[in-house]
Every structure is written in structure tokens, then in C-alpha cells.
Design a protein around this ligand. Sequence first.
Ligand SMILES: NC(=O)c1ccc[n+]([C@@H]2O[C@H](COP(=O)([O-])OP(=O)(O)OC[C@H]3O[C@@H](n4cnc5c(N)ncnc54)[C@H](OP(=O)(O)O)[C@@H]3O)[C@@H](O)[C@H]2O)c1
Length: 245
Amino acid sequence: MDKRNRLAGKKAIVTGGSRGIGLAITRTLMECGVDVAICGRNEESLRQAVGELSRQVRGEGKGKIVGHTCDVTDIEQVRKFFTYVDDTLGSLDILVNNAGIGVFRSVADLSPEEWRVTLDTNLTSVYLFCHLAMERFRSGRGGFIVNISSLAGRNAFAGGAAYNASKFGLNGFSEALMLDHRGDNVRVCSVMPGSVSTEFSGTHGVAEWKIQPEDVAEVVRMVLEMPERTMVSRVEIRPSKPGKS
Ligand SMILES: NC(=O)c1ccc[n+]([C@@H]2O[C@H](COP(=O)([O-])OP(=O)(O)OC[C@H]3O[C@@H](n4cnc5c(N)ncnc54)[C@H](OP(=O)(O)O)[C@@H]3O)[C@@H](O)[C@H]2O)c1
């Protein structure tokens, strides 16, 4: 059996699907026949992503794409986004919590607001999306949650206090979530990349030596395509030859 048939017809949310890793994951899922709803804060980049993907990925067996603005740190906007997904996709099988920000400063220089927004975006929003997704999964056939964490969720570094705390927290959250709900037919995977070639805030941007967003998307596809009896619960991804920036 073509393994891609395992994903065909499924419905997914990818947070932060308008660029970088989220855009690549969305494209790969659509290639596998998954209908995807993406969100981001910036309306124009969301519109561009939806337009680009619907032109690039089309035809028999391909998934469709819809998008709506949503700041994942705002509970009301997140609730409205789920209503939008219910209305446009009808059901939910896969949640990819990808939206994230990086603020890299020493604790002395880090403002309370920078701490709050980093934790709200990278950790608290993931709880909220999982909480609302579980309502849909439990009333149906179960589901799959992929949390895009980071090697920074395992290795602390100077200037990483807020980002490290958010990603260490995310790894702990993902494991507890998995233990809470695997009996509900819900699988959970924490994907932990090292440096990825995107314009991620606070990093040095794109570079050839880095992991490419498409490589992370390929890992997510492989994890989702495992037979239902098996759950890949954590994956670390590294550049083979780390560069300098
Ligand atoms: N790049 C790396 O080296 C790297 C390494 C390991 C892990 N990661 C993780 O991978 C994930 C994606 O990173 P990336 O490199 O693809 O970053 P990116 O290129 O900056 O993309 C981030 C995406 O998240 C969205 N986003 C950010 N804050 C949001 C909010 N409050 N509400 C809704 N959407 C929001 C952005 O859209 P808007 O700006 O329009 O909201 C954008 O679509 C993050 O969780 C990051 O921590 C990245």
C-alpha cells in the first residue's frame, strides 16, 4: 500500500503556517492529500502563503489550504480560529503547533514583557491549541499532535533564558500530554530541530549549512505516516556539518 494513503483525506491545523518551517510542513501535508488550515498574525503574509500554496499544490489527490489570522497568544482569537476550522474543514485529525518566536537576551537585559510574550507564544498557546483540539479528537477517531520544539529544549545557552525555558517546558508538556491521552488514541510527537534556515527572529537567518525547512517537513511526514500502533514521541534533528552563524 502507498504509505501516503495513510494521510490522504485527513484535516490539519498548522500554526504559523505562513512562512519558514510551518509553510514547508503545510506544503508537504497538502502534497500528501491533507486539507490544512493555517494561521499567523500578519494578514498579508497569510494571504500570500494561501495564494502561493493553492497555485503550487493542486490536482487530484492534493489537499486544499485555508487560512485565517489568529494571534496564538490571544484566547478569544484562538477560539474563533477553531470555529473557523470547524466551519471550513469540518473535522480535525492533525494539529501541528509550530508558531514560535525567539528573544535572545541575558536575564538582566530581558524585560518582563519579552519573557511573557515568549512563554505565551511558545508554550501557553500550545496548551490552548491542544486543549481545544482534544475536544475534537475525543469526540471522533483520535488524532495526532506534533509540537515543533527545539534542541534549545534540551541544551541551555547564554542569552537563551526565555527561549530555553519555553522549549524545555514544551518538551515536558508534550510528554505529559502523550501520557494523558494515548489511551484516547491520540499520538504526540515533539520535533526538536537545531538551526533551521529561516528568518526566525533573533537568529542569523538563512544559510546553506543549516537544516532546510523542507527537511523538518519530511520528518513530520514520516512521523505522521507511522502505523497507528506505533508512536514516534520525540525526534532530534541536527545539521550534519554545523556552520559558524
Ligand atoms: N529557525 C530555527 O533555527 C528553529 C530551530 C528550532 C526550532 N524552531 C522552531 O520552529 C518554529 C517555527 O520557526 P521558523 O524558523 O519557521 O520561524 P519563522 O520563519 O519566524 O515563522 C514563524 C511563524 O510563526 C508565526 N507566528 C509567530 N508568532 C505568532 C503568534 N503570536 N500567533 C500566530 N502566529 C505566530 C509567524 O507568522 P506572523 O509573524 O505573521 O504571526 C510565522 O508564520 C518555532 O516554534 C521555532 O521555535 C526554529
